[in-house]
Design a binder for this molecule. Structure first.
Ligand SMILES: C[C@](O)(CO)[C@H](O)COP(=O)(O)OP(=O)(O)OC[C@H]1O[C@@H](n2ccc(N)nc2=O)[C@H](O)[C@@H]1O
Ligand SMILES: Nc1ncnc2c1ncn2[C@@H]1O[C@H](COP(=O)(O)OP(=O)(O)OP(=O)(O)O)[C@@H](O)[C@H]1O
Length: 295
């Protein structure tokens, strides 16, 4: 039997699992399998969950030490990503305990579950010393969710297809106020709404779109505003201070500010009952920064 891998790297590792924003989200068509074709601009936030991986060479298997409320462990994207990675290689692997400090709201349009999957793929590729390429990890990730590849690749990007065809982009790294209205939105429900705009003309992806916030639009916004008055109210409130948009299919919304202090002034005055946070938009993922420091 081959010796188990993973003997020579640090046995415990905590890695960031950042949020993403869809700075714009256009729905340009529908594939024969019913999935919607998008054009979107992804940027990361310097804010998210933390995931800790601890190798347990004496105890094989993949164990989640912090369950995520409402998500059975077997369905958790962290566990699914770890299993998919293990299944893609041959030979025995050391066991691993995985803990998650969850800060990102679920079903918020911030891609928390997809980001957790990507952090797990990259984190265990490192700890298990598998040396899979980023392309291989992105392909494994796509089978887990359309938003996983951008988190695996780690650079802000224009996304096409269902979000997996990525062209690196460099939108301005501004500050954002993110508000989470008090409702949860199911992505599948929004994509199945009859009134959803599905025929936005394709734009030619070009750097001119990166910084031009006046062109940013989210095609899910009208439907979500109608179905969720909480989102409508929060968008109206935030729009008083500048352009405010939905990310993904919601429920989170964001407003862009040039400085942290400008964002914090608005954050301090937010209506009661609305949660959220202030964060900086970043074009390099905090996950990749941390992994580079380890090399
Ligand atoms: C809205 C975005 O966050 C934009 O970045 C993503 O496209 C969401 O992608 P995702 O997390 O992979 O979406 P899921 O939660 O797996 O999708 C749930 C359901 O939404 C529908 N869906 C999702 C993505 C897409 N491009 N077209 C769709 O029609 C499908 O019916 C799918 O079964
Ligand atoms: N580790 C995880 N963290 C969060 N959600 C998870 C996780 N694993 C599975 N899920 C499931 O995935 C669903 C979507 O979670 P996620 O946080 O990615 O939503 P989202 O922010 O709306 O993402 P998107 O922008 O991709 O639509 C959750 O409602 C939950 O049922």
């Amino acid at each position: 039997m081959e010796p188990a891998r993973g003997g020579t790297v640090t046995a415990s590792l905590t890695l960031p699992s950042p949020a993403k924003l869809n700075l714009f989200l256009h729905i340009v068509g529908r594939r024969p399998d019913g999935y919607h074709e998008l054009q979107t601009l992804f940027q990361f936030l310097d804010f998210g969950d933390d995931i800790t991986f601890t190798l347990t060479p004496e105890q094989p298997g993949i164990r989640l030490t912090d369950s995520v409320s409402g998500v059975p462990d077997d369905e958790n994207l962290i566990v699914r990503a770890a299993k998919a990675l293990a299944a893609s290689v041959s030979g025995p692997l050391p066991g691993v305990n995985i803990g998650v400090a969850k800060r990102l709201p679920m079903g918020g349009g911030l891609g928390g579950g997809s980001s957790n999957a990507a952090t797990t793929l990259l984190g265990l590729n490192h700890l298990w010393q598998l040396n899979l390429s980023i392309d291989e990890l992105a392909e494994l990730g796509l089978a887990l969710g359309a938003d996983v590849p951008v988190f695996v690749r780690g650079h802000a990007a224009f996304g096409e297809g269902v979000g997996e065809k990525l062209t690196p982009a460099n939108p301005p790294e501004d500050w954002f106020v993110i508000l989470k209205p008090a409702c949860n939105i199911n992505t599948g429900k929004i994509f199945s709404e009859e009134g959803l705009t599905r025929n936005t003309p394709r734009i030619k992806i070009a750097p001119a779109f990166e910084g031009d916030a006046s062109r940013y639009r989210n095609d899910c916004e009208d439907v979500v505003r109608k179905l969720y008055p909480e989102v409508n109210r929060s968008l109206e409130w935030l729009a008083q201070f500048g352009p405010a948009r939905l990310t993904g299919t919601g429920a989170c919304i964001f407003g862009r500010f040039p400085t942290e202090s400008a964002a914090r002034i608005i954050w301090e005055s937010k209506p009661s009952g609305v949660t959220g946070f202030v964060a900086k938009g970043v074009n390099s993922s905090p996950l990749h920064k941390k992994l580079t420091e380890l090399k």
